[in-house]
Ligand binder design. Structure first.
Ligand code: GDP
Ligand code: IMO
Ligand code: MG
Length: 438
């Protein structure tokens, strides 16, 4: 298996955790390159549902090493809690989970700043309030605190003082929030760092050494392409680059080392938080949107918020394909569509009667878009027990082939339930060949 990136192809929550858990059997290392505890990746093994926020989804394979890269942002207390929860469920990470010394730290005041922005109707975009935006903002402004800054208490205190003397402190002051003492902030962070210290290393060096030794690496994406800070529906996006191109900066690996890119889609669309979603179905308690939400259990893994639901957006899917060039598309949650008579896919956009070829840069325009739909016949049968591609109902296969044509990426995997085994690999595809499945 070559080194591959697994990327969310919509607005997040496509089922990346499940795909990565499945594929990690064929890898030695799984490495996260961006995002932080805004992510919620679910892995269901048997009847146990694990929710991961920082820790890469390869962690359930005891042989696999996991890396939290320099492009991520880390909430120290939450990461420690996550490791404790894993340990309690029998998953040991000592000696095989590594955190970059260049990753930025989400100090508690970053979460306060996130909450302050979200309380202001002028700024609100519906973030996860995990401090993601303020932490990446400080990184870009060069006021950030990195994992490597946590070791020396005096140095750390001076970094925090510098941060509080800038716009972060001013914003807290304007809000009437008491300014935290730099010494207190530093001591708390330093105490948490002590528990993580053996894991904090130069992960770029580690990864490149491993790749040179011939170990196989899976690069794990979080969020989704339409939440990318450059290419997503700005400003309703997260604060990092989520697309495949971000792997290199977020881990310190050359683009020449990415040998394949896999896109994860769900069979329809969801989005949490605000921002344009052309195919959203806000059609009441008995409507299709609510049926999708109920059947797909579409409530956020991180915040519990109901996700907005709608038909598959083929224009956005093609856009994701264009900027990531997926070798394989995975379509998860196909089973959610089992009972529908008719299934629709947006194949075009129109704004005031004029065709719009791709996802527009302007959120105002994206908010006005009227989708043009293509209709597919439903299969109206239970797919949750199907394990071979050829056993899918013909109409389900026709739907997946339709998505392949609309998006322009080979559909190679379908998910028919949350459990590890509820997955089908399509024979004859690039992915099947990589997995030696013919
Ligand atoms: P991620 O953030 O991309 O890893 O996705 P999430 O874990 O946030 O959300 C995906 C949800 O769908 C989780 O609750 C998964 O357990 C569930 N899931 C994944 N694949 C399937 C599938 O094929 N069918 C069904 N019904 N649920 C799935
Ligand atoms: P996974 O990895 C879905 C959304 C938030 C909000 C916007 C900005 O599980 O797919 P942020 O807290 O990042 O500043 O919020 O991005 N968002 C996600 N939506 N899945 C995620 O992660 C998300 N991470 C952030 O809802 O709209
Ligand atoms: Mg998620």
């Amino acid at each position: 298996m070559p080194n591959i990136a697994v990327i969310g192809a919509q607005w997040g929550d496509e089922g990346k955790g499940k795909v990565i858990d499945l594929l990690s059997e064929h890898f030695d290392v799984v490495a996260r390159f961006q995002g932080g505890p805004n992510a919620g990746h679910t892995v269901t093994i048997g009847t146990t549902r694990h929710a991961l926020h920082h820790v890469p989804s390869g962690v359930f394979r005891p042989r696999v090493r996991v890396v939290i890269g320099n492009g991520t942002v880390i909430d120290l207390a939450r990461l420690l809690e996550e490791l404790e929860r894993l340990r309690a469920s029998g998953v040991e990470t000592d000696g095989r989970l590594f955190v970059s010394d260049r990753a930025h730290v989400i100090l508690p005041l970053m979460k306060q700043l996130d909450a302050i922005a979200e309380a202001d109707p002028l700024h609100r975009i519906g973030t996860t309030q995990r401090g993601i935006g303020p932490t990446y903002e400080a990184k870009a402004a060069r006021w950030g605190v990195r994992m490597a800054d946590l070791a020396d208490l005096d140095h750390l205190e001076s970094r925090v003082a510098r941060l509080l003397a800038g716009p972060a402190g001013r914003r807290l002051g304007e809000n009437g929030s008491p300014l935290p003492e730099p010494a207190v902030v530093a001591q708390e962070a330093h105490a948490l760092w002590k528990q993580l210290a053996p894991r904090v290393v130069d992960t770029t060096l580690l990864l490149n050494d491993w790749i040179d030794e011939g170990l196989r690496v899976l690069f794990e994406g979080a969020q989704g392409t339409l939440l990318d800070v450059d290419h997503g529906t700005y400003p309703y996006v997260t604060s990092s680059n989520t697309m495949a191109g971000a792997v290199c900066a977020g881990l310190g690996v050359s683009p020449r080392l990415i040998e394949g890119v896999i896109g994860v889609f769900k069979a329809y669309s969801t989005r949490v938080g605000e921002g344009p979603m052309p195919t959203e179905l806000d059609d009441g308690p008995d409507g299709i949107g609510e049926r999708l939400r109920r059947r797909g259990n579409e409530y956020g893994t991180t915040t519990g918020r109901p996700r907005r639901c709608g038909w598959f957006d083929g224009v956005a899917g093609r856009y994701a394909q264009r900027i990531n060039r997926f070798d394989a598309a995975c379509v998860l949650l196909l089973d959610v569509l089992d009972p529908f008579d008719e299934i629709r896919v947006a194949i075009g956009y129109r704004d005031a009667g004029i065709d719009v070829r791709s996802v527009p840069a302007s959120a105002a325009q994206a908010g006005r878009i009227e989708p043009i739909y293509r209709s597919f016949a439903g299969w109206k049968s239970d797919t949750t027990g199907v394990r071979r591609w050829q056993d899918l109902p013909a109409a389900a296969r026709a739907y997946l082939e339709g998505l392949e044509e609309i998006v322009g990426a080979e559909v190679a995997l379908a998910g028919v339930g949350p459990e590890r085994s509820q997955v089908l690999i399509r024979p004859g595809t690039w992915l099947a060949r990589q997995l030696n499945l013919g």
